[in-house]
Design a protein around this ligand. Structure first.
Ligand code: 8X3
Length: 251
């Protein structure tokens, strides 16, 4: 029997790439809001592994806890939690920020991560075994202009990762964080609210990371021997030196 991994935000982008990357080694609980996309992914993985679809919004605490508390017996034993769900909404100066965007980023990136973790971690404690990987960002170590609330949400992920590692230290549970830089996914379409030109511009003039690049790093984290915990990993495209320094004339 393969161990069970739960991936949030699995319907697209990095989450979907993670599910595909680790499917040979884990049974997968793939979670997200867009059920039809999760169904398509489940079909795609059909010949590799068993999947269970978790159709909920991480912002909805009662939906999160209901889904995890009522998992079928054979899916209860979660070994791996990949807290991937998260997004940027808008990119405005602090005095012009949209309150709904702020709420969305804090509710999904911070509170959603907490809700899922709160429901899953007791199962790991029971077994004294598990591995949690939180998706942070370079935006969680380096603030940039008009990043404000998104930056704050990813700084929070960084703090929560460190806090989790301390609180779970005596329970045999690994806690890791990966901090990607610019990855070409639907991230910018969401950030710029469907403005495809702006989204496209974000990734022009250099070779951005692909979701697969991050998925491969996560697979590496997961495949280390029992005594090795990769606490933190910053992964940038070659053209990006920091949150604020990007070579858009990359040869
Ligand atoms: C995404 C990376 O640099 O767009 O978290 O904030 S960045």
């Amino acid at each position: 029997m393969k161990p069970i991994a739960l991936v949030t935000g699995a319907s697209s982008g990095i989450g979907k790439a993670i599910a595909k990357q680790i499917a040979d080694h884990y049974h997968l609980i793939i979670c997200g809001r867009r059920t039809s996309r999760l169904e398509a992914l489940s079909k795609e993985l059909n010949n590799k592994t068993q999947t269970l679809i978790g159709s909920f919004d991480v912002r909805d605490q009662s939906a999160v806890s209901h889904f995890i508390d009522t998992l079928p017996d054979e899916w209860q034993n979660i070994s791996i939690l990949i807290n991937n769900a998260g997004n940027a909404h808008g990119m405005s100066y602090i005095h012009e920020g949209d309150i709904q965007d702020w709420d969305a980023m804090i509710d999904i990136n911070v509170k959603g991560l907490l809700y899922v973790s709160r429901a899953v971690i007791p199962k790991m404690i029971k077994k004294q075994h598990g591995h949690i990987i939180n998706l942070g960002s370079i935006a969680g170590t380096d603030v940039y202009p008009r990043g404000n609330v998104y930056n704050a949400s990813k700084f929070a992920v960084d703090a929560l990762t460190k806090g989790m590692r301390m609180d779970l230290n005596t329970h045999g549970i690994k806690v890791s964080e990966i901090k990607p830089g610019l990855v070409k996914t639907e991230f910018s379409e969401v950030r710029f609210k469907g403005d495809l030109e702006k989204a496209k511009e974000t990734y022009l003039g250099y070779h951005p990371l692909q979701a697969q690049d991050i998925a491969e790093c996560i697979a590496f984290m997961l495949s280390r021997p029992k005594h090795v915990n990769i606490g933190d990993m910053i992964v940038l495209p070659l053209a990006q030196a920091s949150s604020t320094l990007l070579n858009k004339q990359q040869k």
